[in-house]
Design a protein around this ligand. Structure first.
Ligand code: SAM
Length: 288
């Protein structure tokens, strides 16, 4: 790949993350790329224009949002194919994460245009990094449907998911969302709400779904701003089994079945290791 200017390359589409509130979160690399590209495609040119002005960058912009992405993608990619470089930005955070850009990135890759991420702020990652919920496995579900019935159905479909669940939610619906989480996943499900990340009134609320419903009902400010909602995953079968009287289950099974079969069924019911259950079942059979 030819490099004509300091660092940035021609014929490249850069996917540039911008701040989610605190303007200091723009990276040096993002500033450099935005300064050097030929054109910036922005979800909202007025909004991104203010960021560029703050950064002292003047650059031609085109709008590329949810409703015109299909039409604009081709024109943008033609310019890149002709040797220009472009940056894609959204209103806040990382483009494509609940933001426009999928169509143009997909098309760019199909056409062999190089796509380069310039990483930075992303609300879901910032929220997870400080929530105190397990992060080894998480499922980002974006915005759930706005209508109550569809939202409840979406939450119900996720109720048995064992990974930490992460949602984006608007201030108008945050109360209903937490009420529906309580309804579909139980009053006692652990929930963390990250509000106004990186901004002056950044707050984390954590507790059971029922406790957070009470917080939102009591404190009007708690339902203002921008939100990431995180829900602890459902207990795995092995964790559920920890609350089950495994020995009683095994003693009933070995009374009716050979040890090997009792261990196999026990493992299927609980998610525990078949070998471990075999040893325990053997002890029951031999009366130890
Ligand atoms: N692309 C963005 C990102 O990387 O996070 C997300 C864009 S999405 C249209 C906007 C939603 O992200 C908001 O409604 C809110 O749920 C979440 N969000 C964005 N900024 C946030 C912030 N500062 N604090 C909490 N949530 C935020």
């Amino acid at each position: 790949m030819e490099s004509t200017r300091e660092g940035s390359q021609v014929g490249v589409l850069y996917i540039v993350a911008t701040p989610i509130g605190n303007l200091d979160d723009i990276t040096e690399r993002a500033c450099r790329v935005l300064t050097e590209v030929d054109v910036i495609a922005a979800e909202d040119t007025r909004h991104s224009g203010r960021l560029l002005q703050h950064l002292g960058i003047q650059k031609p912009m085109i709008s590329l949002h949810e409703h015109n992405e299909r039409n604009r993608a081709d024109a943008l990619l033609r310019r890149i194919e002709a040797g220009e470089s472009a940056a894609l930005v959204s209103d806040a955070g990382t483009p494509l994460i609940s933001d426009p850009g999928f169509v143009v990135v997909r098309e760019a890759r199909a056409r062999g245009v190089r796509v380069v991420p310039v990483p930075g702020a992303c609300a879901l990652v910032a929220a997870l990094s400080a929530a105190g919920l397990p992060t080894d496995r998480f499922l980002f579900a974006g915005f759930v449907p706005a209508k109550s019935g569809a939202r409840r159905a979406a939450l119900q479909a996720l109720a048995q998911e064992t990974a930490t669940l992460v949602f984006y939610e608007s201030p108008h619906r945050i109360r209903d969302m937490i009420a529906d989480i309580a309804g579909e996943m139980g009053d006692n499900r652990e929930v963390v709400i990250a509000r106004e990340l990186t901004k002056t009134f950044e707050t984390f609320y954590s507790g059971t779904a029922a406790e957070l419903m009470a917080v939102l009902a009591d404190d009007g400010n708690a339902s203002r701003g921008e939100f990431v909602v995180m829900v602890r995953g459902a207990p795995s079968r092995a964790q559920q089994a920890a609350g089950l009287d495994v020995d009683r289950m095994l003693s009933l099974l070995v009374a009716e079945l050979p040890v090997k079969q009792a261990a196999k069924i026990g493992a299927e019911l609980t998610g525990l290791s078949r070998n471990e259950l075999y040893q325990r079942a053997l002890a029951f059979k031999s009366g130890r």
